[in-house]
Design a binder for this molecule. Structure first.
Ligand code: GLU
Length: 419
C-alpha cells in the first residue's frame, strides 16, 4: 500500500513486474526503479465568476531524476488523482527512455470538471496551478506539456505565469506552447501524426493496402483528431469516431477534415451530421484494419480484447490496454499487431523535446525538419522493439518496456546510490 494505490497505479505496477521478471531484476532493485522520486500535492484557490472562492487539488509526480529533467503533460480532468498521475509519470519514463530522450518521466494534473469552468476561471486555475508549482519545476528540473483537458493556450498561461515570477521570458519552462509564444512548428500535430505514421508503416509491412483500408478512432481530442486526419490523407476510410458526447459511424468513411473543423468550432463531434449515431462502447469492437484508442486509460480489458476485430492496434492514449487484455492479445498476436502506447504516442514528447531544445538554443527549425527527425526517432524505436520482441520471444509491449526500463536501470546502476 502506498499513497498512489488505486487501479491505474496497480496497472503500471503489474506491467513493471512483468518486465522486472523478464529482465530478472533483483527484488531489492525494483522499488528503486518503480516508485516515484517526488510527488507534490497543492491546493489551488481561485475566484469564481460569482465572487465565491473555490479550491482545486493539483498534483505533480516526478518519477526519476536519473537522466536529466523530468518531462510530461498536465491534465485537467475529474478522474485525476495522485495514483493516476503517478502511473502516467512512470509510463512517461519508459516512453522517454525508449525514444532515447534525456528525460525522466513526470505527469501532473488538477481534479476539475472543465464543463463547470468559465474561460476566465480556467485561466485563473491554470495560472494558480503553475504558481503553486514554481518551487518544484524549472527548465532543467521538470518541464510540463499538454495532456487531456489542456492545450496550447493553457501552456501559454503556464509559461507567462512562470516568466512573470522570474522577471524575464522563460519559454523553455513548458512545451506544447503556441508557435507565437516560443512553440515549435509541428508540435500540435506531432502525437497524432506519429500514431498514423507507425500504423501505416505496420500496414505496409503486413501488406495491407492503405487505400480503402478502414480505421476506427476512439477519442477526438488532439491525438485522435490528427491521427484520423493523417490516416484519411493516407487513403484510409475512417469509418467511426467517438468522443465523450457520442459516436459517428459511416462505412463509406467520415469526412475527417470537415469533422475536425466542426470539433474545433464546437468543442466536440456532437451535432456534426445525421450519420448513424451509435453506442460509443461499440466503437472498439468494430471490424477495421486500424483501431486507434486515443481517449482514456484502461478502455480495453480482457473481455474487449477477445472481441477486437482490428488488424493493427495503434495505442494513441496512455495505458488504454489492461494487463488482462495483454494476456489475450499475446495469444492473438498473429491476428492483431499491437503498437504499444509508449512507442505509438511518443511523437508528442519527441517533438516536445525538439521544442525545448529550440527554446534553449533560440534557433528554430522548419516543420519538415521537425517531422523528419520525429519519424526518424519513431522508426528507430520501432525497429528496436520489433527486433527485441523477436529475440526474446515476448510481446511488443514487453519488448518496448524492457528497452525503456533497462536504460533507466543502467543509468541508476552506473551512477550508484548516494551517499
Ligand atoms: N502528455 C503527452 C504524453 O503523454 C506529452 C508529454 C510531453 O510532451 O511532454 O506523452
Amino acid at each position: 500500500m502506498t499513497v498512489y494505490s488505486g487501479p491505474v497505479f496497480e496497472m503500471a505496477t503489474n506491467q513493471f513486474n512483468v518486465i522486472a521478471n523478464h529482465l530478472e531484476i533483483p527484488v531489492d532493485e525494483r522499488d528503486r526503479l518503480l516508485l516515484p522520486k517526488r510527488a507534490i500535492t497543492v491546493s489551488c484557490p481561485i475566484h469564481r465568476d460569482d465572487g465565491t472562492v473555490a479550491v482545486f487539488e493539483g498534483y505533480r509526480v516526478q518519477h526519476h531524476l536519473t537522466l536529466g529533467p523530468t518531462k510530461g503533460g498536465t491534465r485537467f480532468s475529474p478522474s485525476v488523482d495522485i495514483g493516476e498521475v503517478a502511473a502516467l509519470a512512470i509510463w512517461m519514463s519508459w516512453k522517454c527512455a525508449l525514444a532515447g530522450l534525456p528525460y525522466g518521466g513526470a505527469k501532473g494534473g488538477v481534479n476539475v470538471d472543465l464543463a463547470t469552468l468559465s474561460g476566465r476561471e480556467l485561466e485563473s486555475l491554470s495560472r494558480r496551478y503553475m504558481q503553486e508549482m514554481i518551487p518544484f519545476v524549472g527548465p532543467h528540473t521538470d518541464v510540463m506539456a499538454p495532456d487531456m483537458g489542456t492545450n496550447e493556450q493553457v501552456m501559454a498561461w503556464f509559461m507567462d505565469t512562470y516568466s512573470m515570477y522570474q522577471g524575464r521570458t522563460v519559454t523553455e519552462i513548458v512545451t506544447g506552447k503556441p508557435v507565437a509564444s516560443g512553440g515549435t512548428l509541428g508540435r500540435r500535430e506531432a502525437t497524432g501524426r506519429g500514431v498514423a505514421h507507425l500504423a501505416s508503416r505496420v500496414m505496409k509491412e503486413l501488406a495491407i493496402n492503405l487505400t480503402g483500408a478502414t480505421a476506427v478512432v476512439q477519442g477526438f481530442g488532439n491525438v485522435g483528431s490528427y491521427a484520423a486526419l493523417d490516416l484519411h490523407h493516407f487513403g484510409l476510410k475512417v469509418i467511426a469516431v467517438s468522443d465523450h458526447t457520442g459516436a459517428l459511424h459511416d462505412e463509406r468513411g467520415l469526412d475527417i477534415p470537415a469533422l475536425m473543423h466542426h470539433a474545433t468550432k464546437h468543442g466536440s463531434i456532437a451535432g456534426f451530421s445525421n450519420q448513424r449515431h451509435f453506442d460509443p462502447a461499440e466503437v472498439l469492437t468494430l471490424r477495421c484494419d486500424v483501431l486507434v484508442p486515443a481517449a482514456m486509460e484502461r478502455v480495453i480489458d480482457g473481455k474487449i480484447a477477445q472481441k477486437l476485430r482490428c488488424r493493427v492496434l495503434a495505442e494513441g492514449a496512455n495505458g488504454p490496454t489492461t494487463p488482462d487484455a495483454d494476456l489475450v492479445l499475446e495469444k492473438r498476436q498473429n491476428e492483431i499487431f499491437v503498437i504499444p502506447d509508449i512507442l505509438c504516442n511518443s511523437g508528442g514528447v519527441v517533438v516536445s523535446y525538439f521544442e525545448w531544445v529550440q527554446d534553449l538554443q533560440q534557433l528554430f527549425w522548419e516543420e519538415e525538419e521537425v517531422m523528419r527527425r520525429e519519424y526518424q526517432i519513431l522508426d528507430r524505436a520501432f525497429d528496436r522493439m520489433v527486433a527485441r520482441a523477436r529475440a526474446d520471444n515476448v510481446s511488443h509491449r514487453t519488448a518496448a518496456m524492457a528497452i525503456g526500463v533497462e536504460k533507466v536501470r543502467a543509468a541508476k546502476n552506473t551512477r550508484g546510490l548516494f551517499p
